[in-house]
Design a protein around this ligand. Structure first.
Ligand SMILES: [Zn+2]
Length: 99
């Protein structure tokens, strides 16, 4: 195969501290359960979320006690929420939505 390989993730790939979506930058923070519950405004009977997209500070919070593979999976899940929200936000503000 010729050319540069892109999108390759190996066991040694670091977890991102931020992700550039091209039209917005999303921050990723790895936090404990207390912070997740605060950010998620969890009720006492609610389970602690594994990840959380918080649009007011453009940040994804990830439960730091999880395995590397689980963190990656949850980051990807939350990035989809972030992309949908940010596209909606662009539309509301009448900005061009990136293709
Ligand atoms: Zn979700």
């Amino acid at each position: 195969m010729n050319g540069k390989r892109t999108g390759v993730i190996s066991a040694k790939s670091p977890l991102p501290k931020q992700v550039d979506l091209g039209f917005a930058v999303v921050h990723v923070k790895y936090v404990g359960d207390k912070k997740l519950r605060e950010e998620g405004e969890c009720e006492d009977d609610e389970a602690t979320p594994e990840g959380l997209w918080v649009d007011i500070d453009d940040t994804i919070y990830i439960r730091k006690s999880m395995s590397l593979a689980r963190k990656r999976y949850i980051i990807l899940h939350e990035l989809v929420h972030a992309m949908i929200d940010l596209r909606d936000q662009f539309a509301r503000e009448g900005k061009d939505i990136p293709k």
